[in-house]
Design a protein around this ligand. Sequence first.
Ligand SMILES: [Zn+2]
Ligand SMILES: [Zn+2]
Length: 669
Amino acid sequence: MTKTKAVIVESPAKSKTINKILGSDYVVLASMGHIIDLPKSKMGIDATNDFKPEFIVIPERRKYLAKLKKETKNIKKIYLAADPDREGEAISWHLKNAFGKSKKIYRVSFDEITASAVKKAFGNPHDIDMHLVHAQQTRRILDRLVGYSLSPLLWKKVTRGLSAGRVQSVAVRFVVDKEAQIKKFKPEEYWGIEANLRKNEGERRSFMAKLEKIDKKEAYIKNEKEAKKIEEDIKRNTFIVSKIKEGKKMRSPQAPFTTSKLQQDAFNKLHFQVNRTMRIAQTLYEGVELKNKDTIGLITYMRTDSVRVSNEALDAAKSYILKKYGPEYYPQKPNVYKSKKSAQEAHESIRPTVPLRHPDSLKEFLAPDQFKLYELIWKRFISSQMSRAAYSVTTVEVEAGKYLFRTSGTKLIFDGFTVLYSLSNGSLEDSERRKEPWKVPVLSEGEELNLIKLFPSQHFTKPPARYSDATLVKALEEAGIGRPSTYAPIIYTIITRNYVKRIKGYLYPTQLGEVTTELLVKHFPKILDAGFTAKLENELDGIEEGAIDRLTVLKAFYSPFMHSVDEAKKNMKSIKREGIKTDKICPKCGKAMIIKWGRRGRFLSCSDFPKCRHAESITAGVKCPEPSCGGDLIERRSKRGVFYGCTNYPKCTFTSRSLPKEKIEETKQ
Ligand SMILES: [Zn+2]
Ligand SMILES: [Zn+2]
């Protein structure tokens, strides 16, 4: 049978799922992502001609385009079904142009790859949305202007092969600035006092209460001497229960996942790095083979900042909750969540495509990682529609003269959504939980208590925490930088480019990251400014909505930017020449040694180069683990990022992506 219609999607997995849904009338082909783009070898933007981009077929993708053309030779109708966002729209637009006028071309978009959603989309094919295409192109042009202007500058001033990027360099700055705050931070000593108290009569169980106020003012104790004095003074007083407050606390479920929330939760609960989360989510979205060779997309599109949910999915969640948990677990009014202002409300949140499909029923068809992520998404979605959890909170205030102590106990009254979705995640929200389970004995106001013992304790204020994948994504989103499609690639890029290192889950700037950030902040304060970057991202959203003209944005950006590029070419300090000072002395000539960056990474060079050519490699401070080698491990750079090699190379060919664990702390630079 001759096929009469063709469908083009990005990937083979997606094409397989869609082919099963559409049946044998259609031939479904994969474009393998973008086929047409700016040339790699040059800027490719004509700023004098309305920023006209020079689009070419990406050389490595030529064979895919040829194949698409060959396989659709006798087909008149082509449906472009790339993902429903800017990138997908741009892929579709380029394909449409590549096919020319000889075919009838339709764009179809859907948020989930299920029979109903796909068939519905094919029933309503539309034109390419040029607003989306323009937003993608403007983003691409801005990134190209910044990347292809700043990178060569860094090659000249620091070392070859470096890269800078519009959003990437701001993300590096976040990590660099955090490290500077931590270095600057001076811990301050303070003391706390807790009282172990017991009822005079009745229930004799003791409990702890914390000193909160002295003379109605916040208790602030500077040092041990003061703590001792206060401790002595407290002992002279009688402890009396002054106030008992019974309250109720409700906890609401959280909205279903957006991309950034999924990345954060999967990091905290499953310890998945954001890249891994997105890779797995993509496989769930594109389709998994189930029983009877039935292939289906298990979750909605994973790049979204919307928390909207379709009515069908809401109804399905409701019926599941009522059937499984009973009416008290479903709220009187359905839970409604609000997306942030810039969100694309046409999209949906990330949710199971069929809410009734319980994770356990899929376990045998999923890889372990897929199962864990599906379960997380499923639970988050179902719980988002459930009732709130209720707690009773008892707060007891105890006075000892002018000293006020407080304690509180929390008791779960109704578990609600927490029956399905745990709020604690092993990190951030856990502090909330620690307060919970112990109980305060039954007390009455005016009752006298026995003091068993006072416990003074020394504390220090803590420096700000370093970013993890999860908190960096959160910070970028809060600053309005990056979008659902970019958080994961940003983190991947700044690590593989050796600006940032991930050590035990936390992000540290490398010396290279610090040096380049300092140069860029000085000469490109706007580009490195979070507020400016956020404003540009908003303008891209405006182009996408058709509210802002792309040329207005590009023109406003271009001249001031090119001016600072020219200035920086003249005035930027050359690290290549000057290096970074150290207190090491050159063993050959006695002059100072400096740090420079070369093709293979950091090294020590004599400051009198080229007169004195002495140079040393900077070892990682770890011995090569190869038996009887005796060499040191040394940091090396490759296209795929940083790795460690042996100083005895080529005699010893040991390499490793990371250092042996116990040595990591002191070698984080
Ligand atoms: Zn020297
Ligand atoms: Zn070795």
